[in-house]
Design a protein around this ligand. Structure first.
Ligand code: MRU
Length: 360
């Protein structure tokens, strides 16, 4: 099995961020370096899905802040340093709108900067390098915590999956979408590592095929039986009795449990509901956005028409055709049997149960 390192940091504050270029998978495994203040490169990598998946976007953005500040590492004027900090965090926040983990990670970096500013009121002896070390330490903490979180999600989620079950998943919520191990896929990894047999059905996930290119690849690497289906085959596969549970990831979950995830997730939830199959969402606490009451308020990313008309370089629709290409949809909480977090499973999915779980 290939040792997959979705995100890697090399060195100190003037070090290098390495990201797997996920747009090239499954045929090419390439890691791209970002250093010397190249925050534009990190922004582009997030925007064009070289690194993608809510937790991984957050981790990459946290390291991206450090990259963006490398150009002012020797700046002695702290005001200029903090001005650049605000510029870099605002810029990275504009890379993608839906996954709340991006803003959550940037907020953690902002908290570190705010703490330093407070300390500067008492002592003015801060050097940018010292602040950068603190920021890098926070990015590393976000990264490391995610590894633990994913394992915990895997453990709680695995208990919900019956031995011998067929399980449908959509998009990629695996190691490639997190520090490693994943959220939805973590439940499959944990269950099979602890003796259960599962057969996974992976929706290919139009238009960018994260299911076919990434999930199918990851599960194959782990030796977990997986069958790839086109998105529009899910109903038939359920009707044939092959699916006993659906597990997906999430990009943002609102206070009432409505969940944004990759476009097509809502269809899978409706189908699961119709067939009496439990539909689970696996996500860390950092994916919850309690500032939003319902899913109607989640900003949905709209992407280029070419992703639909010219998928992977071949024109498949007439010139000039009108296209609608939302990257995410919202599954209403009423279709979700449980939300699997690192603290346990929220079920039934109600505002009260969510609040209770997140407070603990
Ligand atoms: O557009 P993407 O590939 O970033 O979308 C990813 C998803 O929708 C994932 O399911 C979600 O981010 C959860 S990742 C653990």
């Amino acid at each position: 099995m290939k040792k997959v390192e979705t995100i890697h940091w090399d060195g100190g504050a003037d070090g290098t961020l390495w990201l797997i270029d996920q747009t090239l998978l499954p045929t090419e495994y390439t890691q791209i370096p970002f250093s010397d203040g190249n925050v534009e490169g990190v922004w582009e990598a997030i925007h064009s899905l070289r690194v993608r998946g809510a937790p991984a976007i957050g981790i990459a953005a946290a390291y991206g802040v450090v990259i963006g500040l490398q150009s002012v590492l020797e700046e002695m004027d702290m005001e200029k340093f903090f001005h650049r900090f605000a510029e870099v965090t605002d810029y990275l926040a504009s890379s993608r709108p839906t996954a709340v983990n991006l803003f959550w990670a940037l907020d953690r970096m902002k908290d570190v900067a705010a703490q330093v500013r407070k300390l500067m009121e008492i002592t003015s002896s801060f050097h940018p390098r010292e602040v950068m070390n603190r920021l890098l330490a926070e990015a590393i903490a976000i990264h490391e915590e995610d590894r633990e979180i994913c394992r915990s999600i895997g453990k709680y989620g695995a208990e919900l999956l019956p031995d011998g079950a067929g399980v449908l998943t959509h998009c990629n919520a695996g190691g490639l979408a997190t520090a490693d191990y994943g959220t939805a896929l973590a439940t499959f990894f944990w269950a099979t590592e602890h003796g259960k047999k599962l057969h996974i059905y992976a929706d290919e996930t139009r238009p960018l095929l994260q299911g076919a290119r990434l999930t199918a690849w990851e599960l194959q690497q782990h030796g977990i039986p997986v069958t790839l289906i086109c998105d529009n085959m899910a109903a038939q596969v359920m009707r044939e009795g092959k699916i006993q549970a659906v597990v997906v990831g999430a990009d943002r979950i609102t206070a009432n449990g409505d969940t944004a995830n990759k476009i097509g997730t809502y269809s899978a939830a409706c189908l699961a509901h119709l067939h009496g199959i439990p539909f689970y969402v696996a996500a860390p606490k950092s994916t919850f956005d309690l500032t939003l009451a319902t899913g109607d308020q989640i900003p949905i990313e709209q992407r280029k028409p070419e992703e639909v008309t010219h998928g992977f370089g071949r024109q498949t629709a007439p010139d000039g055709i009108e296209v609608y290409n939302p990257a995410f949809d919202v599954t209403p909480a009423k279709y979700i049997a449980g939300i699997i977090t690192e603290k346990g499973v929220i079920s039934p999915v109600t505002k009260e149960n969510i609040r209770k779980m997140l407070e603990d």
